[in-house]
Design a binder for this molecule. Structure first.
Ligand SMILES: Cc1cc2nc3c(=O)[nH]c(=O)nc-3n(C[C@H](O)[C@H](O)[C@H](O)COP(=O)(O)OP(=O)(O)OC[C@H]3O[C@@H](n4cnc5c(N)ncnc54)[C@H](O)[C@@H]3O)c2cc1C
Length: 407
């Protein structure tokens, strides 16, 4: 059988269920990555980071006698030019944009007599492990409690030692010319190193709960999100290594809290799955009518907010960090989102789109879910609004973070 494996945010060889399925019963295997609309519109940091990840994957595949086709248009466009496959495989998306792409391919496969299979592997816990019907998902805490009461995450699947040969000569109709992103190395080997450093190397995992709101030091938090977002690290691999570290070194509140945050990632995946296109609508999944600022005034705010020139120095420092580096801490993200949607009442989706362009760890479900949460149209039962001066005082009392980006 001739198989095409369409890679999306599963850019790895290890613990990759889609890759294992794609290898099974295949005489030939072709792997392809297509540049979607979101990536085409990305700013330099996100594009660089994604390209660096793809370069790392190309190298790993090269070591296995394989290559990665790069296509600048949609997968459907590629299939219309290259239809000599018996089946197409991809990792199942949890958001309505990715699912619409899958529906299109499914239709094409049906018309053309090909098989199409999607594989569930994006969150730490798989769909079949959700202990209740997805329609009953509401807020994070009941989700976490029910998940924690059930069986743990599944084991990682084996890493293939060889792959079937490709059918097509390497096709690359966009090139991966890019700069490394400062501090954030890309690809699965770099992901393993970062994880091992945070656990066994610096043992920063032991103090994560105390440092995770820090905005300056690299080890304040794990910095695993870029790897997880592009799939160069599997959440199950992170989980099992964390458990190994707990067994070998120490288990404490901080090590538990890393797992706790991975559950937030899962929560937003399932939340996106439940709400479909509503996740991208102005009224949000909560279907809430709010009094948003009118276009003209909003445009004025937009230029100031996106470039870090609002005059609110805590917001400005964070927005400049994002624009300059493609990174912002979780603390910063919550504050700038709260400012945009709850202080100046601007259409929350513009904020989410700006993050989508800039963030090196852009992840559809986490980004749009967190934005909805912080804008009053998502799953925050308390509908919190941040007191920005107080936040600055709590998390940057000596102004060292603000000085870093405002001077
Ligand atoms: C407005 C807004 C937008 C966001 N956009 C994204 C995004 O596009 N991509 C993204 O990965 N995260 C996003 N987050 C969540 C969070 O800010 C980042 O995951 C985190 O800052 C990444 O740093 P870290 O890897 O050091 O996280 P750590 O604090 O070390 O956490 C470990 C892992 O847990 C997961 N995690 C932690 N917090 C969250 C959270 N609130 N929601 C979902 N997963 C979480 C991440 O995978 C992270 O790598 C957003 C948060 C907000 C408030």
């Amino acid at each position: 059988m001739k198989t095409l494996y369409w890679l999306r945010n599963d850019l790895r060889i290890h613990d990759n269920r889609s890759l294992l399925l794609a290898c099974s019963d295949s005489t030939h295997l072709d792997l392809i990555f297509c540049q979607n609309k979101s990536l085409k519109q990305a700013g330099p940091a996100r594009r660089n980071y994604t390209y660096q990840t793809l370069l790392a994957l190309q190298e790993s595949l090269g070591n296995l006698g394989q290559h990665l086709h790069l296509h600048s248009e949609s997968i459907l466009h590629f299939l219309n030019q290259n239809s000599q496959f018996d089946r197409i495989i991809c990792t199942a998306s949890y958001n309505s944009i990715g699912r619409a792409e899958e529906a299109e391919i499914e239709g094409w496969c049906r018309q053309n007599g090909k098989a199409f299979e999607t594989v569930d592997q994006l969150p730490l816990y798989l769909k079949r492990q959700l202990p209740f019907e997805i329609g009953k998902l509401k807020s994070f805490t009941p989700f976490r409690k029910k998940i924690e009461a059930g069986p743990g995450p599944e084991e990682c699947v084996p890493t293939p030692e060889q792959l079937p040969p490709p059918q097509l000569p390497e096709q690359m109709n966009f090139d991966l010319q890019s700069e490394p992103v400062e501090n954030h190395e890309a690809g699965e080997l770099a992901g393993f190193q970062r994880l091992d450093h945070y656990l066994w190397g610096s043992q920063a995992a032991l103090t994560y709960k105390q440092t995770r709101n820090g905005m300056i030091e690299f080890d304040d938090s794990t910095k695993l999100s870029p790897f997880l977002a592009l799939g160069s690290l599997s959440p199950r691999l992170v989980y099992h290594r964390l458990k190994k570290f707990e067994a070998e070194v120490t288990e404490n509140e901080s090590t538990y809290w890393i797992y706790f945050e991975l559950l937030w990632r899962d929560f937003f995946k399932f939340y996106a799955l439940k709400h479909g296109p509503a996740l991208f609508s102005l009224r949000g999944p909560k279907d809430r009518e709010l009094d948003w600022t009118q276009d003209l005034e909003r445009n004025r705010h937009w230029h100031k907010w996106s470039k870090g020139k609002t005059g609110q120095d805590f917001v400005d420092a964070n927005m400049r960090e994002l624009y300059q580096t493609g990174w912002m801490s979780n603390r910063g993200r919550q504050n700038v989102a709260s400012y945009w949607a709850k202080h100046i009442y601007c259409d929350w989706r513009l904020g989410a789109r700006w993050f989508e362009k800039q963030l090196i760890d852009y992840d559809t479900e986490s980004n749009w879910g967190n934005w909805a949460y912080n804008s009053g149209v998502g799953p925050d039962p308390r509908d919190r609004k941040f007191d920005l001066d107080r936040q600055a005082e709590m998390y940057d009392a000596d102004r060292s973070y603000r000085d870093l980006f405002l001077k």
